[in-house]
Design a protein around this ligand. Sequence first.
Ligand SMILES: Cc1cc2nc3c(=O)[nH]c(=O)nc-3n(C[C@H](O)[C@H](O)[C@H](O)COP(=O)(O)OP(=O)(O)OC[C@H]3O[C@@H](n4cnc5c(N)ncnc54)[C@H](O)[C@@H]3O)c2cc1C
Length: 432
Amino acid sequence: MPIKEKNYWLETVATPPARSAQELPDSVDVAVVGAGYCGLSAARTLAKRGVKVAVLEAETLGWGASSRNGGMVLTGMKLPVPTLIKRYGREAVRKMYAASLESIDLVEQIVREENIDCNFSRCGHLEVACKQAHFDGYEESAALIKREFNHELRIIPKSGLRGEIGSDIYFGGMVDETSAGLNPARYVAGLAHAAQRASASLYDRTRVETVASQAASSAREFLVRTSRGTITAREIILASGAYTTNATPALRKKIIPIGSYIIATEVLPADLARELSPRNRMIYDSKHFLYYYRLTPDNRMLFGGRAAFFPETENTVRRSAEILRRGMIGVYPQLRHAKVEFVWGGTLDFTLDVMPHAGKIEGMYFAAGFAGHGVAAATWFGAKLAGLICGDPNDIPFDGIKFPAAPLGLRSGNTWALPLAGACYKILDFLT
Ligand SMILES: Cc1cc2nc3c(=O)[nH]c(=O)nc-3n(C[C@H](O)[C@H](O)[C@H](O)COP(=O)(O)OP(=O)(O)OC[C@H]3O[C@@H](n4cnc5c(N)ncnc54)[C@H](O)[C@@H]3O)c2cc1C
């Protein structure tokens, strides 16, 4: 019997607060589109600094990637450091890497300050090498990161891998102790409560349909038409991630929405869980078409990957459950008989250059392109955009870097070429 779609994380959290029963105000200082980490972090910072802010969310608060992800709070960026240095130069990449570390500190600080019960823990992450050639590259990679950023990674030879993971299929690993893990749905709910406590107004089931700039008495302002009425705002923050719609076509054409899927097993016996992940790391492998996995706080194995490249539908979710189960048993034959109790999917916001971007587009602030690093990055970018609106100096190293549009067939709302991109990744994994 095929398993039914159900997000494990949402079983662990009460529905976050919202203001949907109330009328939208006529005007605010800042309207934020999207109530994920980015939008809520921005709203929290703005409200704490005395700005009148409304968050407009088409679905429920945290509905997007922010309640569906693996909960891995990771250092670094998606692209390898040598690629980044070649593209942007040493100085810029130093600032980008520092931002990635600062973003984890920010998540930790918010969790502590706002008392968010989301199992945040600095458990570290482990990258495992699927090929000898991948492992051979780790030494150089760790040395470069130490030299350029003074950040320590530890190489684990195959002989030492059992201390990190209960699997014999890998050629070695690399550990970063700075990374963390959390329960993503509890974190986003906690952020929503924190923003609301700081006096931000949150409106769920409020879909933004159009945003237009118009002349106002003293300066320009934005007229935001939503499914529940119209609101004017001095500034807009677009925090709509992979779910960006045609309400903001200029941003939409830059976003490549890529599906990712996760299964979670039944609760495992404590000794088996310890065998699978003795140090409770956030784990991912070295492939392009990668698997990422971890234990949940109640000792389930949560196992994710790009089983299909398309954004989630009932069909892709169902197919993914079987593909991921096979992948999981390939890594952990010990889980052959473990029951898979949950499967769900979500959509990640990629950009063509696989980089996060932020700044202004058609006069509106935006941040997007967090790919698999959005738990920390979206939180950080949201707070940074809020700072810019409050007059802080612009120290976002990703602002102003070239931001290419996505080719037509990869764009949000028009993703016919995605299976082709998936096939290319599979070929790359075979060849490299
Ligand atoms: C399966 C999966 C696993 C992942 N694993 C990890 C991980 O382990 N670690 C990590 O760091 N990152 C991970 N990510 C990525 C991470 O979850 C995202 O980068 C991050 O949540 C993005 O946050 P956000 O606030 O930008 O967007 P989202 O959380 O996607 O929020 C955007 C919101 O905007 C709303 N919206 C869009 N358009 C409109 C509109 N017109 N009007 C009103 N509202 C609108 C949407 O409904 C949505 O709720 C994963 C993602 C997925 C899908």
